[in-house]
Design a binder for this molecule. Structure first.
Ligand code: IMP
Ligand code: MG
Length: 181
C-alpha cells in the first residue's frame, strides 16, 4: 500500500528521501565548484524550500538571488508556452558561476527561457539544479546538470510545489489527486 499523509494524500517522495538526495546533490556541486564562488539563483516560488536545503549542503562561498517567471497557463496543470520574467536578478552575474535552482523541469520552457536570458549576461559558468525531472513531458531540449529525481508524468505537490498556490508547505512530495478540478 502506498504511504499516505494525514490528509489522505499519496506520498511520492518522503522528506527523508528528499533530504538524502539533496545532501548528495550538495556534495556533488561542492566538488564541482571546489575553490570557486557561486551565485545560487532560485526560481520563485516553488524552488524556495529546495534552495534553502540545498544551499546548506553546499560548502562553497555562495550568494543567493531570485527570479520569478510567469508562464501563461491554459489550465493550472498545463502551460501555453509563453514565459515572462516578472522579477529579474538583483545583482549582475557577468563573470560569475551561476546555479539556477528550480523545483521541477517539466516541458523545459521555463529553464530554456531563463538559460537564454542569463547567457546574454555572460556568466563564467551556468548550471542547472532541478529537484525533479519529468523527461516525458519535454518540449524544449534541455537537461539539468543536477537532477534529484526523475519522475513519471504525474502532477506533484509539496516541498515548494503548488496546485493553484496551495500545498507548497507540505514537507513530503505528494501526488495531486487526478480528479481535482
Ligand atoms: P516547464 O516550463 O514546463 O518546465 O515548467 C516548470 C514549472 O512548471 C515548474 O517550475 C513548476 O512551477 C511547474 N510544474 C510543472 N510540473 C509541476 C507539478 O507536477 N507540480 C507543480 N508544479 C509543476
Ligand atoms: Mg516553478
Amino acid at each position: 500500500m502506498a504511504t499516505t499523509t494525514a490528509n489522505g494524500l499519496e506520498i511520492l517522495l518522503t522528506r527523508e528521501q528528499i533530504a538524502e538526495r539533496v545532501r548528495q546533490m550538495g556534495e556533488q556541486i561542492t566538488a564541482d565548484l571546489a575553490g570557486e564562488k557561486l551565485v545560487m539563483v532560485g526560481v520563485l516560488k516553488g524552488a524556495a524550500p529546495f534552495l534553502s536545503d540545498l544551499a546548506r549542503c553546499i560548502d562553497v562561498d555562495a550568494t543567493f538571488d531570485f527570479v520569478a517567471v510567469k508562464s501563461y497557463a491554459k489550465g493550472s496543470r498545463t502551460s501555453s508556452g509563453a514565459v515572462k520574467l516578472i522579477k529579474d536578478l538583483d545583482e549582475p552575474i557577468e563573470g560569475k558561476n551561476v546555479l539556477i535552482v528550480e523545483d521541477i523541469l517539466d516541458t523545459g520552457l521555463t529553464l530554456t527561457y531563463l538559460r537564454k536570458i542569463f547567457l546574454q549576461h555572460h556568466p563564467k559558468t551556468l548550471r542547472i539544479a532541478a529537484l525533479l525531472d519529468k523527461p516525458s513531458r519535454r518540449i524544449e531540449q534541455i537537461e539539468a546538470d543536477y537532477v534529484g529525481f526523475a519522475i513519471p508524468n504525474l502532477f506533484v505537490i509539496g516541498y515548494g510545489m503548488d496546485y493553484s498556490e496551495r500545498y507548497r508547505n507540505l514537507p513530503d512530495i505528494c501526488l495531486m489527486p487526478p480528479d481535482t478540478p
